[in-house]
Write a protein that binds this ligand. Structure first.
Ligand SMILES: [Zn+2]
Length: 173
């Protein structure tokens, strides 16, 4: 069984805050920002709540990185198996710093990054985004050979339509 260590919590009260509470990790500590007017009871209630929220967020990201790698292995098996080790990525992970693209691939070091914005999309869309980046390990550019690899995934066209729809909606102010 895993031992869960309670992190060191630093509570900062702010007179400028009215109702909002936020928390972030700073090394080994967790800093929780609360309004100055909170009572001790409210403070302790909110610290517990923010710690739970932080743990859920971090747990989800950690689990998903492993899941993403397993997903990549399955897609390679199904659609790109004849390329063998040439298509094995060095790493596949979720990233939050990629807002202009759904995914990216660096063939030189064989790393793949998928935007966290894809995380809540349907499985078949995540599969498409991932397969697209895996195919770049074989063909770096968007040429006919590349699209032929991607088209092996039966829902490629549909997934591209889905992503275009999301992009168009996001662009509406
Ligand atoms: Zn591409």
């Amino acid at each position: 069984m895993a031992v869960t260590r309670k992190p060191v919590v630093e509570v900062r009260r702010s007179q400028r805050r009215r109702r909002t509470v936020s928390a972030y990790r700073d090394g080994e500590r967790v800093v929780v920002l609360i309004p100055d007017q909170f009572s001790r009871a409210e403070e302790s209630e909110w610290v517990d709540r923010m710690l739970a929220r932080l743990a859920a967020r971090e747990g989800r990201l950690a689990r998903s990185d492993a899941e993403l790698l397993a997903r990549a292995a399955r897609l390679i098996d199904l659609y790109l198996s004849e390329h063998g080790s040439a298509v094995a990525p060095a790493s596949v992970r979720w990233v939050t710093n990629q807002n202009g693209r759904w995914g990216s691939c660096t063939p030189a070091d064989r790393t793949i990054r998928i935007s966290h914005r894809v995380q809540d999309m349907p499985d078949w869309v995540i599969d498409y985004v991932l397969l697209h980046e895996l195919a770049h390990l074989i063909v770096p550019s968007h040429n006919a050979e590349f699209w032929a690899l991607v088209a092996r995934y039966p829902r490629s066209e549909r997934a591209r339509g889905y992503l275009e729809g999301v992009a168009a909606t996001a662009a509406i102010p």
